[in-house]
Structures are given as C-alpha cells and as structure tokens.
Design a binder for this molecule. Structure first.
Ligand SMILES: [Ca+2]
Ligand SMILES: [Ca+2]
Ligand SMILES: [Ca+2]
Length: 382
C-alpha cells in the first residue's frame, strides 16, 4: 500500500509518523544522538533503517524459501510506502505499481548483507537479455565513506578521462547492483562497474522463487546476500578490502525499484521508486540512507554466556592479555590460566613461567546463572 505521498512529504515532515510506527522510538532516539551537532550529507539523516541480526544458528539459506525470515520482526520491513516516486511517471497510489517488502539482515562475524526482496507486480517484464527488465537496484557503501561511485560523477574524470576513471574509480568504494527481478537466461545482476567479480560466490549468492511468465502478474521472492567492500577494484579480489560488519555500525545504503511494464517500450521504464529521495543515489554515495547493523533481538540473546579473547602482549616475557567478552549480567569472573595460576579480575594480564600449550578456562556467574568457556591450546607461548 502506498500511504505516503513521496518526496514532498519527506521534506515537510521532520520525523515521519509512518517511520515512528514502523521503526519504533528506540532507533529514532539513537539517531538523534548519532547526528549530534554535525549532521552528515546523507539522505534522510533524521532516520536510521535497521538491519536484523540473525543468530549464527539461524542464517538464511539462499533457496527462495522465505521461512527463515519469519523471525525478523515487522519493524525491520521496508515497504513500498517508504519509497519515493522518483520521476513522476506513476502516482504512488497507482495500482500497477509494484508492491514491495524488503528485509535486510546480517550475521555477527560475517561480512555479508542478506536480503529478502518480495514484490507483487501486475506485469513482470523479464524476457529480454539487456537492461530492459524489472529491476531491484541496490547501492551499498559499507563504511559510509560517501563520495561518487559512478565514473561520470567523479571529479578526477576530467584528469583521468572516462575509461581510466571507470577502471580505477568506479565502484571501488561503494557498489551498485542492478538485480534483475527475475533473471531468466542471464546473470542475476549487473554490477555497474568493473568490479564484476563481486556478484559471484564467494562474495554473493542469489535465489528466486516465482511462478509467473513474462507479462503476467504475480509474486516474486528474491533472496540473496552480497559482500560490501571498502575497496573493490577492477583487478579482482586480490587487493580488495571487505567492509567489516560490526554490531551498531552504520552503513550507507539505498535501493530503487525500476519497473518495466511493456516489453515493446524499448529502453523506457514505467517507473522508478527510490528509498533515497535522490535519483542520483545510483552514483553518489552521499545520497544513500543510513542503515544500522542491529544487535540481536532480546529473544535471541542468551541470558549468560562466557566468552573471551586474548593477545600475546610480549612473547619474550610470555605475557598474555585476556579480554572478557561474556554476554549477560556478570557478577564474578574466575580465570584458570592452565598453569595452576588463577585470577578473579575481569580482564587479567598473565605472565607464563614456562613455554607450553595451555587450556585456559573462564567461569562467569551472574543472576542468570553460570557459564564456562574453555579454549584448548589457543594460548601458546614459547
Ligand atoms: Ca531461504
Ligand atoms: Ca565506502
Ligand atoms: Ca513490471
């Protein structure tokens, strides 16, 4: 349902009522703090869209079956009402407009963004091999660097020339995926830039589920994940830098729905709806929206769980720093360093007398109970 009338509403309404209903006050409050005194140039800086954290034992399987997304609360869903009618070709209430629902997820420890894109359209246009295809266009800036990602917007283009700018700059710091909905007889997407390797495993994977033919109406499911990159060059993955995804990190992202409803219309699309209010978000990362990598929802957080990491500070003194990473309310810590020495500090530093492979055990206790985490032969000093 289109319930918002587009760009003008956004300009006039500060924090939109639909947003408050859909996204809750917690993120609104967090957003105000984040903006602080120096608001960024990003679009919609008065709101942050949420990326759901999947528990590690509930990672979505890329098979076009939506069941693994049932655990994502409705507050994470981005619907058609959030998109802006970008070029005025369709009224937001036009019944021929594709109705979409987008959910975005992530998994702590994986530099991947998972997507479930569902759409209902009255005319699925996907029989041609080129760009004329119903499309979900996704732009991702994994480190909020902003800046141009398409050669034509790059200041250095005047120095480098068009093709050198394309090969050295385009898509390097933010990536644009033209995802065909659906893709029949073609790759699942066009990466708009020379870093085409990012659309293949082990950097991306996609699956569709639909039961319509070209020109028919119907429901489309597209399930996929991509890897965001701080640097993804034309030369291939060897020098690439993945964006490290961490809890509460903000990334830049927007997506657009490009609708074709007539196979004979040539290159002309019938509508272009955008999460960003700026059509040129396809090539300007400054015009993306803010998305936040959310913590686990409370029902997936274990009440108490021991966890820790360590670092050898000085091997010549066999000096090791231990860091508590336990989850939950912890009242006491007990470390057994494996050499008959113990500590009750939260984050102890320990000097081993002798070289060896050690079994280190952390026991924690709190109102929710006890938990233990041993690591066998992780701590090795010589
Ligand atoms: Ca699935
Ligand atoms: Ca970037
Ligand atoms: Ca269509």
């Amino acid at each position: 349902m289109w319930v918002d009338s587009g760009a003008q509403t956004w300009r006039n309404s500060g924090v939109n009522q639909n947003f408050i209903r859909a996204f809750g006050t917690a993120v609104v409050a967090g957003c105000v703090c984040l903006l602080g005194a120096n608001a960024r140039a990003l679009d919609r800086t008065n709101e942050v869209f949420k990326i759901f954290q999947f528990p590690a034992d509930k990672i979505p399987r890329i098979d076009g079956d939506t069941n693994d997304w049932n655990i994502v609360p409705e507050s994470y869903v981005i619907g058609s009402d959030r998109l802006v009618d970008d070029n005025g070709k369709h009224k937001p209430t036009d019944p021929s407009t594709p109705k979409i629902r987008v959910r975005v997820g992530w998994v702590k420890g994986l530099n991947r963004l998972y997507f479930l894109y569902e759409a209902d359209d009255d005319y699925w246009d996907f029989s041609l091999p080129g760009l004329h295809n119903d499309t979900f266009e996704l732009v991702v800036d994994g480190d909020l660097s902003g800046g141009p990602l398409i050669e034509r917007f790059m200041p250095a283009r005047n120095i480098l020339g068009q093709w050198e700018a394309y090969l050295t700059l385009q898509g390097a710091q933010a990536q644009n995926y033209h995802i065909f909905t659906p893709a029949a007889g073609k790759d699942w997407c066009m990466v708009w830039g020379p870093e085409r390797w990012v659309k293949e495993l082990p950097y991306a994977n996609a699956a569709y589920n639909y039961h319509f033919k070209p020109g028919q109406p119907g429901h489309l499911v597209l399930e996929f994940w991509i890897t965001p990159f701080d640097y993804a060059g034309a030369e291939g993955p060897q020098r690439a830098v993945e964006s490290v995804l961490k809890e509460n990190k903000l990334i830049g992202m927007s997506f657009a729905v490009i609708d074709y409803d007539d196979v004979n219309s040539g290159g002309t699309n019938n509508g272009f709806w955008n999460l960003s209010r700026h059509h040129t978000m396809y090539g300007q990362a400054d015009e993306l929206c803010e998305f936040k990598l959310m913590p686990l929802e409370p029902q997936f957080v274990k009440p108490i769980e021991a966890q820790w990491s360590f670092q050898v500070v000085d091997m010549s003194r066999r000096l090791v720093a231990f860091k508590d990473l336990s989850v939950g309310v912890i009242k006491s810590w007990h470390w057994d360093f494996g050499d008959d020495k113990t500590s009750t500090e939260q984050n102890p530093i320990h000097a081993y007398k002798n070289p060896g492979h050690y079994v280190v055990v952390l026991d924690v206790e709190g109102p929710a109970g006890k938990s233990r985490r041993a690591k066998v032969w992780d701590v090795v000093v010589k």
